[in-house]
Write a new protein. Structure first.
Length: 93
């Protein structure tokens, strides 16, 4: 999946359950997605919480093929900033 396709899926989830805080998926050289309220854009702007994850694993995550808690425990994603924002990710996916 491209970042645009991932962003479209995340927008659908945010339409039903907007975030109160901002969250950024940092995929390194592949780019970044920033979620804020009901918007998703390809931005590297600061956020309340940043999740560092590979593009491949982010694709698996939004498709439901990777459990967020398992990914965190296995080191496939790293969280910095407000951990409570990252916990809201389960409701979005």
């Amino acid at each position: 999946m491209t970042l645009d396709e991932i962003a479209d899926l995340l927008r659908k989830g945010l339409a039903h359950k907007p975030l109160d805080d901002s969250l950024r998926f940092d995929c390194g050289d592949d780019g970044a997605l920033r979620l804020d309220g009901t918007t998703v854009d390809q931005s590297d702007a600061p956020a309340d919480c940043t999740i560092r994850i590979s593009h491949e694993n982010l694709s698996k995550l939004v498709q439901g093929n990777l459990n967020p808690m398992t990914a965190f425990a296995m080191g496939k994603l790293k969280v910095s900033g407000d951990m409570s924002v990252a916990m809201k990710l389960g409701q979005l996916l």
